[in-house]
Design a protein around this ligand. Structure first.
Ligand code: FBP
Length: 551
């Protein structure tokens, strides 16, 4: 494979390891743990993996053991996140350091490769081209849910065939929940296979006291921030557009918030705040109009607005409408199939409750159609396919026209729309993600070697230099609570939404009015790999603020 000059040089980058993992290690074992909520139910569901202690690696000055060879399998699960390849190379290097005979197998295209026995052995010759690169193409990823005993048994067959002692699942909150269920199942059935999770997702919503951030968030946010910065420079040069920029992140608004802290746009919506304040679409539109009217008074007819992908589901009235639509579409899909757009919308509205029908019919036609047509395999509307940024821009435009008629607004309003998501998910990892991922992988191999199961690889103290990072394992049951999923109460890892009392949000909220009524754009520029540490190694604003560091 021909490589670009940057790829060639970058391939030689040796990610930094925490001091604690550099030589032989031993485990410091903490006290027994409890789940974050619903302790009794979780304990009952995970009798073999509940209450395990937090473990931490410390250097072992007098290593006695000669390590027996063993094999490991890995699965990349869900959406891509920068740094996945370094998790793989970290696991590989640690395995080979423990014993040259150790082997690493990758299951292809996510959990389905595990169930259907599609795999490959990962060797140094193959891995070397992927070190420090973005993407999950080393073995591919997929969204098959690994949740039934039949799937677990099918997977066990190939694990036994390949003499695999442990499986590493690299995924988000749902995949790690499933890793824990699998660990419990294998332990309960005496399968003799360990399961270890690694926290991945650009969305940043798999985090807690022990998992300070999921990998990929840092890089993805820096890619989006670079482009938002470029748009802001354009916007401030031509001074003629309002740019509405939607950012990935399914439910949580961490990405939008991080980009707002980095770029200082004129406005950034935070879904969690919209929900907490029970804001309506009109409230949001009025807020935006207030800003545009005030800026127009100063002669500024331009600005930037960040919109988190999941916003629509956090607006209480829209949430209600979407949940009614999900049921109606599931029940009457065939009836709507042959109808033309206008007729279809009318027919659907006929099944909605009066308030929701009124809201539905008041929406622009394309949005009402997107809400009606695009459902995922679970029957839910796929929020990423809804042009929320266009919806807001159009509604603001209509309201401004009214204000103009009333003599309240004298500006010009022209818009541009953008959606940034896929652009950042496979970017080459920042130094932070390259180091963090390598350490997460290396640490996962050490956890396997120490014999534990049902743990998530945890590397902490992340605002310090990598040498001082703390490495160890957190029992996955510790992060769990019971939640309603598809009508049933299920044990799941608690998702971390933006904390409205947390420092990153508070910092942004304290700047909000100033950002609206001024033009204080920041232009973070592209990711840098070579140069001063303050430029190349700086963690996300979110992490810095959460750790009481200056930004
Ligand atoms: P994960 O939760 O699996 O990490 O995926 C996150 C994400 O990137 C979201 O931000 C986005 O809504 C979704 O994946 C898009 O999914 P797909 O890749 O299937 O289009």
């Amino acid at each position: 494979m021909k490589k670009s000059p940057l790829q060639r040089v970058r391939a030689e980058y040796q990610p930094k390891l925490p001091n604690a993992l550099k030589g032989a290690v031993k485990l410091k074992v903490g006290d027994p743990t409890q789940s974050v909520a619903d302790q009794e139910e979780i304990k009952k569901l995970f009798p073999n993996t509940y209450g395990l202690p937090i473990v931490e690696f410390i250097p072992d000055e007098n290593p006695q053991r000669v390590e027996e060879p063993f094999n490991v399998g890995i699965i990349l699960s869900g959406g891509q996140a920068p740094g996945g390849h370094n998790v793989v190379s970290g696991i590989f290097d640690a395995l080979k350091k423990l014993n040259k005979e150790n082997r690493l197998y990758g299951f292809l295209m996510g959990p389905s490769g595990f169930i259907n026995h599609q795999y490959m052995e990962l060797t140094e010759g193959y891995i070397k081209d992927y070190r420090n690169t973005g993407g999950f193409d080393i073995i591919g990823s997929g969204r098959t849910k690994l949740e039934s005993p039949e799937q677990f048994d099918a997977g066990l067959k190939i694990l036994k065939e390949l003499n695999i002692k442990a499986l590493v699942i690299i995924g988000g909150d749902d995949s790690n929940t499933n890793a824990c269920v699998l660990a419990e199942y294998y332990k309960a059935n005496g399968a003799g296979v360990q399961v270890i999770g690694v926290p991945k997702t650009i969305d940043g919503d798999l985090k807690n006291k022990w998992i300070e951030t999921s990998f990929g968030f840092d890089t993805a946010c820096k890619v989006y921030s670079e482009v938002i910065g470029n748009i802001q420079r354009d916007c401030n040069s031509a001074k003629k557009y309002y740019h509405f920029i939607k950012l990935m992140g399914r439910s949580a608004s961490h990405i939008a918030l991080e980009c707002a802290l980095e770029c200082q746009p004129n406005y950034c919506l935070i879904s969690e705040e919209v929900q907490a304040k029970r804001m309506t679409l009109d409230n949001i539109v009025n807020q935006l109009c207030y800003m545009i009217v005030e800026r127009a008074k100063m002669g500024w007819n331009f600005g930037t607005v960040l919109v988190p992908e999941g916003l629509i589901e956090f607006i209480p009235s829209m949430k209600l409408l979407i949940s009614q639509l999900n049921d109606i579409l599931a029940e009457h899909a065939e009836e709507f199939e042959s109808l033309r757009d206008e007729e279809k919308l009318k027919a659907i509205a006929g099944y909605l409750q009066p308030a929701e029908a009124e809201l539905f019919l008041s929406l622009p036609k394309n949005i009402a159609l997107q809400l009606s047509l695009d459902r995922d395999s679970h029957g839910n509307v796929q929020v990423s396919l809804i042009d929320t940024e266009k919806l807001l821009a159009d509604m603001v435009g209509k309201r401004l026209a009214e204000l103009k008629k009333e003599g309240e607004y004298h500006g010009k309003y022209a818009t541009q729309h953008h959606f940034f998501g896929y652009e950042g998910r496979c970017a080459d990892p920042t130094n932070f993600d390259a180091d963090y991922c390598y350490a997460l992988g290396y640490n996962a191999a050490m956890l396997i070697n120490s014999g534990v199961t049902g743990y998530m690889s945890s590397v902490r103290n992340l605002t310090e230099k990598p040498e001082n990072w703390i490495a160890g394992g957190i029992p996955i049951t510790m992060m769990m609570n019971m939640e309603k999923r598809h009508g049933h109460m299920k044990p799941v890892i608690q998702k971390a939404l933006v904390d409205l009392k947390g420092k990153p949000y508070m910092k942004f909220a304290s700047m909000r009015e100033t950002l609206m009524l001024n033009t204080l754009y920041q232009y973070p520029g592209p990711i840098q790999y070579f140069g001063p540490a303050e430029v190349c190694d700086r963690p996300s604003m979110t992490l810095l603020l959460e750790h009481d560091k200056k930004i």
